[in-house]
Design a binder for this molecule. Structure first.
Ligand SMILES: CC(C)(COP(=O)(O)OP(=O)(O)OC[C@H]1O[C@@H](n2cnc3c(N)ncnc32)[C@H](O)[C@@H]1OP(=O)(O)O)[C@@H](O)C(=O)NCCC(=O)NCCS
Length: 199
């Protein structure tokens, strides 16, 4: 039996594609934008030297840790095939959330504010709940990352609780800056929401 995979699928404006080493330059440009990295590493940037090798290692870790159908994908714009960023829908490896299915995203700044993260998140939720029958999808972000929280809300997730992101992952932030939030939606609640949006 073939396992459903969202690679190659399209939404109104977007296409999910395999994330490969061919994306290294685009990933580097995105990860060197201090605004993109503001809530991730505080916008510290990374030199191109060694970046391709680190990307190769990252992609290898992704391939080792996740099945291809619950993993990371590159997001491209259908109109001109431009790389817009990446999304993940994967079993979390963090101790506290281990094996919970986690949605995550990072987009180039040029495409912010056009509903792109919401459009892709909604497609990934539909994929998770209808094709993989997962019981719940959750997402984590820093409490002060207002755009990310808004995307979660618009995609149909709701706040479940606050927590403090462990210092070992983000040693450059103090405890207050590490305040974080978990959002989630169960399959049942998602179906109810879908029913409402079809009316
Ligand atoms: C978070 C991110 C993916 C959002 O992408 P996007 O395509 O711009 O998102 P959308 O357009 O679908 O929705 C963004 C929403 O946030 C709102 N928003 C933007 N800046 C905001 C702010 N400072 N305060 C409150 N809301 C804000 C937008 O108005 C929009 O909501 P609306 O449609 O109700 O007006 C993008 O900003 C990004 O890549 N950020 C950097 C990486 C990152 O932080 N990733 C998340 C880590 S958990």
């Amino acid at each position: 039996m073939t396992v459903p995979d969202i690679t190659g699928r399209e939404t109104a404006r977007l296409r999910f594609a395999s994330l490969t080493l061919a994306h290294a330059r685009d990933l580097w440009a995105m990860d060197n934008d201090p605004e993109v990295m503001r809530f991730i590493d505080g916008g510290r940037g990374a030199p191109w030297e060694g970046y391709e090798q680190r990307t190769r290692e990252w992609l290898d870790r992704i391939a080792r840790n996740y099945p291809p159908h619950l993993s990371f994908w590159a997001l491209h714009r259908r109109a001109d095939d431009a790389f817009l960023g990446w999304f993940h829908l994967r079993p979390s490896l963090r101790d506290l959330w281990r094996n919970q299915i986690e949605l995550g995203y990072r987009l180039r700044r040029e495409c912010w504010g056009q509903g792109i993260a919401t459009e892709a998140s909604r497609a990934l939720l539909a994929y998770a709940f209808t094709e993989h029958r997962v019981p719940e999808v959750m997402a984590l972000t820093l409490a002060r990352n207002a755009p990310s929280r808004r995307v979660m809300e618009k995609a149909g997730l709701a706040w479940t609780h606050d927590f403090t992101f462990p210092a070992e992952f983000v040693p450059w932030w103090n405890e207050e800056e590490r305040l974080s939030v978990r959002y989630a939606v169960t399959a049942e609640d998602w179906r109810r929401g879908e029913g409402r949006s079809r009316k």
